[in-house]
Ligand binder design. Structure first.
Ligand SMILES: Cc1ncc(COP(=O)(O)O)c(C=O)c1O
Length: 498
């Protein structure tokens, strides 16, 4: 059974519709003729067990973090605690309408306010908006705020955004969407930020620098405060791409490093489920001078009259005075915010434990892969090399498979695909682009030592396998190698039942 609509098994329908609110005659009166349905909808006919089997079967066609280890570097595919789901499904969260008046939304708004405060606290920022629906949209929103800030100072000629060559593609894309031009600077020989290269490009046209720390090589930039000073001295602003927050939360923060604006990927760091394009949430935090430009509205807390409200407080939507407008309908992805809030509240002041375990797991796995036992080493014609010459990495690491390709013809892509046959999601491939034949691996804090040991063993096994088997992998998945570019360019989003 590949398609519920083609399923002919059951005689009856496996669904129960609630009774209509209007009888047929009244409905006819209320709904204009040209808006009325001409034929009954084409519902599939399947009984409840058939429906359950169908969706269970469908869920096994893809790889998910519920079915196995998902070490997709830079994507932070951690476990999504089920407690978050229970909280977001409470009637006070699940049954509210975005157009409901403030007085009906006080519980949700209290959560919004607390989340704004908690995110500002962990990042060293002053004000947060929860509106953007993805990290990339957070980047766009922050650069728009920075542009308006420069304009408010009469400096609209500041149109250049500096990005290191290790940056995620969304950084230059967001800057370009804001109408800025992108100035790329090369990394130093050690993969780190090259301050001389930065000094050479800052100037009167500098709008901002966008950078993630630790970098996409998984390496902390020790010179970040100096980089901030260089950009600020030239009149530019510092933007922190928070996709790698999982490495530093509770240990240090972008405010201390000199950043003016940051985004948070709630769907990565704060365990909101993600993948397949959504649903995400990419709030941004800013320092005080950028706060007037944030999207509208943000939530503010006011003393409730006569000690009422929630613990004596009530909550209200407020439009920042020079707001860039709205970047998302309603109040952003509210369900994602609530789930992430639940996750954050469970850690509370212990948030740094999360980052400690994420960093420990990454370093342990890196060590296990790069130091095979003598028996394993004997089976392996060539070993990958570290993508960054750093003694300790943060929450992820990169490997260059170039020596393997040279010795056996097996590429990074081949190894990634073959890992699927061994029951593991393929690591991130060919990113960052400065590492040849790159695989980027991020285990996250939610995996056990046993899982990491098994993955390292599988990785080393693949390196020792017959190259022909690896080059033609995967062999056990529902589909083999697909033409991803063709698929992206030729989307089929509609079901055709005939
Ligand atoms: C370093 C980095 N920056 C930005 C992003 C963009 O985040 P999003 O996918 O939420 O738009 C990603 C996504 O993987 C990333 O890895």
């Amino acid at each position: 059974m590949s398609d519920l609509f083609e399923f002919k098994g059951a005689a009856g329908a496996g669904y129960a519709q609630p009774p209509p609110l209007l009888d047929e005659e009244s409905a006819r009166e209320c709904i204009p003729e040209d808006m009325r349905r001409k034929a009954l909808p084409h519902w599939p006919k399947a009984s409840e067990p058939e429906l359950v089997r169908h969706y269970t079967w469908l869920s096994t066609r893809n790889f998910g973090s519920d079915t196995g280890f998902y070490p997709l570097g830079s994507c932070t595919m951690k476990h999504n605690p089920r407690l978050n789901e229970r909280i977001v499904q409470l009637p006070g969260m699940n049954d509210i309408h975005p157009l409901a008046p403030e007085s009906h939304l006080q519980g949700l708004m209290a959560i919004y306010f607390e989340m704004q405060e908690m995110l500002a606290h962990c990042s060293g920022m002053d004000q947060v908006t929860l509106q953007p629906a993805a990290g990339a949209q957070g980047e766009f929103t922050a650069i728009r705020c920075i542009q308006e800030y420069h304009r408010s100072l009469g400096e609209s000629e500041r149109t250049e955004v500096i990005v290191p060559d290790s940056a995620h593609g969304t950084n230059p894309a967001s800057a370009t969407m804001c109408g800025c031009s992108v100035v790329e600077i090369p990394s130093g020989a050690d993969g780190r930020l090259d301050l001389d290269a930065l000094r050479a490009v800052v100037g009167d046209n500098t709008c901002a620098m966008m950078i993630t720390n630790p970098s996409t090589l998984g390496v902390f930039e020790p010179d970040i405060a100096e980089a901030s000073a260089i950009v600020h001295a030239a009149g530019g602003q510092m933007y922190y791409d928070g996709a790698n927050f999982n490495a530093i939360l509770g240990k240090t923060d972008p405010g201390l490093m000199g950043f003016d604006a940051v985004h948070y990927n709630l769907h990565k760091t704060f365990s909101q489920p993600h993948g397949g394009g959504g649903p995400g949430s990419g709030p941004i935090g800013v320092k005080e001078h950028l706060a007037p430009f944030l999207p509208k509205p943000v939530v503010e807390q006011v003393k409730a009259p006569h000690g009422g409200g929630i613990d004596g407080w009530s909550y209200t939507w407020v439009d920042p005075p020079q707001s860039i407008g709205k970047v998302q309908q309603w109040h952003g992805n509210a369900a994602a915010v609530v789930r992430a809030w639940a996750f954050y509240r469970r850690y509370g002041r212990e948030l740094e434990r999360m980052s400690e375990h994420a960093v420990l797991n990454a370093n342990y796995l890196r060590h296990r892969i790069l130091n095979p036992s003598p028996e394993q080493a004997e089976q392996i014609p060539a070993m990958p090399v570290d993508g960054a010459p750093a003694e300790v990495v943060k929450h992820e690491f990169t490997l260059s498979l170039s020596p393997v390709k040279e010795a056996t013809g097996v590429t990074g892509r081949d190894v990634a695909k073959r890992l699927l046959d061994h029951g593991y999601m393929a690591p991130t491939l060919y990113f960052p682009q400065i590492v040849p034949e790159c695989l980027m691996i991020e285990p996250t804090e939610t995996e056990s030592k046993e899982v990491l040991d098994d993955f390292a063993a599988a990785f080393l096994t693949v390196l020792g396998e017959d190259p022909d088997i690896v080059k033609s992998a995967p062999h056990t998945t529902p589909v083999g190698r697909v033409d991803e570019v063709w698929a992206a360019r030729n989307l089929v989003l509609r079901h055709h039942s005939d």
